[in-house]
Design a protein around this ligand. Structure first.
Ligand code: EPZ
Length: 426
């Protein structure tokens, strides 16, 4: 397994350009199942999760060409509405083929995604919504088997109330509703920018989606059995952008993050400013500058537009260097503080109480060999390594490769002393 070696202590300077949003690309690639025409997606990041989604779509019978930053998807010669465990276990977001498959082909067999390092990750809300639309749902030997009304017929528009705002749950039901008969109302939807982006795509494809990005959505399904293909450049990745902002701040640097959708990052920029980081923007470029000491802040993660759970680990790493006590509470996932023990090995002073981390800032962090446990925890260890003196080796960086395009290249472009160590100890 690869590792990344970081020699810290250098303030980051220069510019870094943000890639397309992973969590927008994944549902949109699944939405191509709603059409047989050739769809083209632009500004797609070169990531493992994109390759996994492409492999899944090919397994389902699609013709997929990945030539990052472009991906084209068209109907192939066969259709096999089945997503096997071998593929779904690599990436939970594979569950996003469930809604489009059953809406388009009347049936789907998709492996239950199972949990992951950060939590149990149930999909009960996805299934409840599909049942409301007339789906017969059977759970069999680790698979979800979904069948349209009357043994594979067309889904019916319905009123669906989410018990909890779920990003992929909202996205699955949006895609199912896009081909359902009549109107669907989704209440208590996730409001993430990636959900709003999927709404744009479904409208381009011929569905009528009102309210994507708000907590209530009305969707009128198209009546011609399939939607039109699309050509679309996806939004920038707000979490990648926030990650580099935290890295520049942690290093005491002064650098520009280019190609950012500012509205998507309000919560992160507010918290960075509260921590004493200078955050100024011009168009879609954000300058991050931190000279003086970091101030401690409190963060509680929440569904968008609250503070994003996907930025919690990165900000916690930053707060390890603040002058005082920060309280960081994770409310979305039950096990998303695994970066704390690794940061403690670098000299961080942090105590976990339930789903809250109480961080006492320290004057410095020390380089160490640490273990990545999940995508965003990996990023937090890189950030800590950039601030630490000596050398940090972050192992199992396959986690990072899922969500950060060309991370070493981008960090080196900011003046960081980083390198990938091929085949390092696990
Ligand atoms: C999406 O995951 C993102 N993934 C995650 O990003 C992100 O952390 C998460 O949303 C929250 O913002 C993609 O978009 C591909 P949820 P998702 O359903 O949809 C509970 C990353 O780092 N829930 O919004 O799986 C669930 O347990 C990844 O890029 C149910 O109870 O998350 C959690 O507590 C990690 N029942 C909460 O809702 C359900 O049916 C939010 O989960 C579904 C979810």
């Amino acid at each position: 397994m690869d590792a990344i070696r970081v020699r810290g202590g250098k303030p980051l300077r220069g510019k870094v350009r943000i890639s397309g949003a992973k969590n927008a690309a994944l549902p949109i690639l699944c939405a191509t199942l709603l059409s047989d025409g050739e769809s083209r997606l632009r500004n797609v990041p070169k990531l493992r999760d994109i390759d996994t989604t492409a492999a899944l779509l090919r397994f389902l019978g699609r013709d997929v060409q990945v030539d990052a930053p472009e991906v084209t998807v068209a109907a192939g010669s066969t259709v096999k509405p089945e997503a096997p465990y071998e593929l779904v276990k690599q990436m939970r977001a594979s569950v996003l083929v469930l809604g489009p498959l059953v809406a388009r082909f009347g049936r789907a067999k998709v492996s239950l995604p199972g949990g992951c390092a950060i939590g149990a990750r149930p999909i009960d809300q996805h299934l409840k919504g599909l049942q409301a639309m007339g789906c017969k749902i059977t759970l069999e030997r680790g698979y979800v088997i979904a069948e349209g009304p009357g043994g594979g017929g067309r889904l019916r528009g319905a009123e669906v109330m989410f018990d909890v705002p779920t990003v992929t749950g909202t996205e699955n039901l949006m895609m199912a509703a896009a081909l359902a008969s009549g109107r669907t109302t989704l209440v208590n939807c996730a409001r993430e920018p990636e959900v709003e982006e999927l709404g744009r795509i479904l409208n381009k494809m011929g569905a009528v989606v009102d309210g994507a990005g708000t907590d209530v959505m009305h969707i009128k399904g198209a009546d011609r059995g399939e939607l039109a293909p699309f050509d679309h450049a996806i939004i920038p990745d707000r979490i990648e952008a926030g990650t580099y902002m935290a890295a520049i701040a942690a290093s005491g640097g002064d650098a520009i993050v280019e190609g950012v959708e500012l509205d998507d990052l309000e919560a992160v920029m507010v918290k960075l400013r509260q921590a004493g980081v200078e955050v100024t923007s011009e168009g879609q470029n954000v300058r991050i500058r931190r000279e003086g000491p970091l101030r401690p802040i409190n963060i509680t993660t929440a569904p968008h537009p609250g503070f994003p759970t996907d930025m919690q680990a990165q900000m916690l790493a930053l707060m390890c260097l603040a002058k005082g006590e920060s309280v960081i509470t994770e409310t979305i996932f039950e096990n998303r503080l695994m970066h704390v023990p690794e940061l403690q090995r670098m000299g961080a002073s942090c105590v976990i109480r339930g789903n809250t981390a109480v961080v006492q800032g320290v004057d410095k962090l020390y380089g160490a060999s640490v273990m990545a446990t999940d995508l965003r925890a990996s990023a937090s260890l890189i950030i800590a390594g950039l601030a630490a003196d000596e050398e940090t080796e972050v192992r199992r960086v396959y986690h990072l490769d899922r969500g950060y395009e060309r991370i070493e290249e981008k960090l080196i472009g900011l003046g960081a002393d980083v390198a990938r160590v091929k085949g390092a100890d696990a």
